[in-house]
Design a protein around this ligand. Structure first.
Ligand code: NAD
Ligand code: TYD
Length: 365
């Protein structure tokens, strides 16, 4: 069913940063499908993680406009906010991969901290010009800002103290604090969402789930860090998109909302599940059963042991709950990587191979 713009009379005018990435492109599709009357402007620098193919089918839509550009470019952001009469920023753009933040943190500081600051400052200056709708700056963040849990600890809530352990999570924590400060100091309506690990379509090959899917299809080793007992709380990306929709509709400015799937799984168990689904769904695997490919490798430095989200607040105050079980979501995801070889194969570029070699060395030996 296609909904009216929820706010009533006038359509919303969105600036979606990072809309050519994994979650941003899923969200952009979700919004265009459900609110076709709203204006969507995507601003994305098309780094290695941004892919214009992710939005290719939206190009011809009247209400959609893609701009290749950097969120650190203040003049460009000012111009877009003004000419497009933006009332809502959904801020996804980030350097998002922990392993890359360990190898080369510079870009994380630039995009995640300076970029978020640039957007907030531009929105603050633009704010008095917004006449229609209730303005919103939605800052999309991660549960990794809370640090690492022990097995016996309760899941993260919105009052868990920040304790980031990687350059990635530290840069996201800093950007969260900036978004919070703009509400308290300048009364700019910011909301922060802290979400657990996402998975689904359009996920860049470097992350655990797509990496395992692709390596199984190629018959390559499946690198599991350390003892494989680290726990992540997995959420299907479209459940995350619905959660963000709920926050845009009913969230309270100045608040934080944790978003999670209530799906805590050990890495080794997740990889085994993926192997099982692949063995079942993929007709011509080079190595079968694919579990034989599992290879324990040196642990990630500072590897957080466990993440788990308590999503009670968004459930009770805003009425969101996840709908897709981990079993169903993983099957959909595996099927997507099977059907979309043409999407992921070009991403295994020379730059990617160099990164892979730097991170894992030669696992095939
Ligand atoms: P992604 O790496 O797939 O996409 C990031 C996008 O941002 C890319 O399209 C990239 O080109 C763009 N980008 C990077 N630097 C830019 C810049 N300086 N200017 C403009 N565009 C730039 O990331 P993702 O997994 O889709 O994550 C999106 C957001 O959600 C991030 O803020 C991330 O911290 C957060 N998040 C991710 C997860 C997850 O599991 N992936 C979980 C919780 C929160
Ligand atoms: P990742 O997808 O990188 O997400 P994050 O580090 O943000 O949680 O990794 C998910 C988990 O999988 C994490 O505990 C690290 C682990 N992992 C591996 O064991 N091997 C790998 O090759 C990768 C990329 C991740």
């Amino acid at each position: 069913m296609v909904s009216e713009s929820f706010s009533g009379a006038s359509p919303r005018r969105f600036l979606i940063t990072g809309g050519a990435g994994f979650i941003g492109s899923n969200f952009t599709h979700h919004w265009c499908q459900n609110y076709p009357g709203d204006r969507i402007v995507v601003l994305d620098a098309l780094t290695y993680a941004g892919n214009p193919q992710n939005l290719a089918d939206l190009k011809t839509r009247e209400n959609f406009h893609f701009v290749k550009g950097n969120i650190c470019d203040r003049a460009l952001v000012d111009e877009l906010l003004k000419t497009e009469k933006i009332d809502t920023i959904i801020h996804f753009a980030a350097e998002s991969h922990v392993d890359r933040s360990i190898l080369a943190p510079d870009a994380f500081i630039q995009t995640n901290l300076v970029g978020t600051f640039t957007l907030l400052e531009a929105f603050r200056r633009h704010f008095p010009r917004i006449a229609n709708n209730s303005p919103l700056f939605l800052h999309v963040s991660t549960d990794e800002v809370y640090g690492s849990l022990n097995p016996e600890d309760p899941p993260f809530t919105e009052t868990t103290p920040y304790a980031p352990n990687s350059p990635y999570s530290a840069s996201k924590a800093g950007s969260d604090h900036l978004a919070r400060s703009y509400f308290h100091t300048y009364k700019i309506p910011t909301i922060i969402t802290n979400c657990s690990n996402n998975y689904g379509a359009y996920h860049f090959p470097e992350k655990l789930i797509p990496l395992m899917c692709i390596n199984i299809l190629l018959g390559k080793p499946l690198p599991v860090y350390g003892d494989g007992q680290n726990v992540r709380d997995w959420l299907y990306v479209l459940d995350h998109c619905r959660a963000l929709e709920t926050v845009i509709q009913r969230g309270k400015p100045g608040e934080m909302y944790n978003i999670g799937g209530n799906n805590e799984v050990k890495n080794i168990d997740l990889v085994q599940m993926l192997c099982g689904i692949m063995d079942e769904l993929a007709p011509d695997l080079p190595v079968r059963p694919s579990q034989q490919l599992i290879t324990f490798v040196k642990d990630r430095p500072g590897h957080d042991r466990r993440y788990a989200i308590d999503a009670t607040k968004i459930k009770t105050e805003l009425g969101w709950t996840p709908a897709v079980t981990i079993e169903a979501g993983l099957r959909k995801t595996v099927q997507w990587y099977l059907n979309n070889r043409h999407w992921w194969q070009p991403l295994l570029s020379e730059e990617y191979q160099n990164y892979y070699q730097q991170l894992y060395g030669n696992l095939d030996k």
